[in-house]
Write a protein that binds this ligand. Structure first.
Ligand SMILES: C[S@@+](CC[C@H](N)C(=O)[O-])C[C@H]1O[C@@H](n2cnc3c(N)ncnc32)[C@H](O)[C@@H]1O
Length: 250
């Protein structure tokens, strides 16, 4: 049988660049590495077969992780994103009813205590600080007791990479600033001049860096922060691994 990567329709270049992939091959390679890392963590923290689990890709985009988890690992993932163009691409190539366009602000339409796992790659790296907490609260609402949340953040490794790449936006920030501030959010300047680049975005949107100690302190109000795995997402972003206790009083 032919590999799904050779037969599915490719997304537009616009959609690819919105998720930061240079081209289709780069997108597929990143996706398969990210997919392997997510499966590794879900296997560590969830008991039993992943095939029986309810899993949400929050901010699925055009499916960098969603596609390999669906086609390679055979999981039935639910995906949501504010970008209707991305969701409609995914609906075309993965014909199931598990994909929805969600609103920019909570709530989602899912019931309380619904998912065993929610993963979210490269979303908290764009939300402003206020929205980050609103969405943590919402993810907590839809997770079952004992469920896990896997959320990527841009930490010290991402800051180093941004300096190496000469990204002007981050040249004035060093590691010490990040430690002292805990989280540093900068709004995209192009949000007002080129809103078409950000489908579904209704308010503030930008780029955020997080220090692990800040996450341990602040995000512990929502979840048990189990681990922060540095550069675990494709050698770049950190992965925050969290769960909800069975005894959680939500
Ligand atoms: C950098 S892309 C990452 C997409 C995908 N997770 C991946 O790794 O390829 C960021 C995604 O977050 C989505 N997004 C931003 N804010 C969101 C929100 N409030 N709810 C759901 N998705 C959101 C954007 O539309 C975009 O698809």
């Amino acid at each position: 049988m032919k590999d799904w990567k050779q037969i599915i329709e490719k997304p537009s270049q616009e959609n690819l660049s919105r998720v930061g992939s240079k081209n289709w091959q780069n997108f597929l390679d990143q996706g398969s590495r990210i997919g392997i890392s997510l499966i590794e963590q879900m296997k560590v923290y969830l008991r039993g077969s992943l095939k029986d689990k309810k899993i949400l890709d929050f901010g699925c985009g055009i499916g960098r992780a969603f596609l390999p988890l669906t086609f390679d690992a055979g999981l039935s993932i639910v995906g949501c994103d504010i970008d209707a163009t991305a969701v409609s691409y995914l609906k075309k190539v993965v014909p199931n009813n598990n994909l929805v366009v969600n609103k920019f602000s909570p709530p989602l339409t899912f019931e309380d205590n619904f998912f065993d796992a929610v993963y979210s790659i490269s979303i908290w790296t764009h939300l402003n600080i206020h929205m980050q907490f609103l969405w943590l609260e919402e993810i907590r609402r839809i997770l079952k007791p004992g469920g896990i949340a896997l959320i990527s953040v841009a930490g010290h490794n991402s800051l180093r990479l941004r300096h190496q790449r000469g990204m002007a936006m981050w040249q004035d920030i060093n590691a010490k600033n990040l430690v002292n501030n805990g989280a540093i959010y900068k709004e995209y300047l192009s949000l007002n001049t080129h809103p078409e680049k950000f489908p579904g975005v209704k308010a503030s949107y930008g780029s955020c860096l997080h220090d692990p100690e800040y996450i341990r302190q602040k995000w512990s109000n929502y979840f048990n922060v189990l681990e922060i795995k540095e550069a675990y997402i494709d050698g770049s972003q950190d992965l925050v691994v969290m769960n909800l206790s069975f005894t959680s009083d939500k």
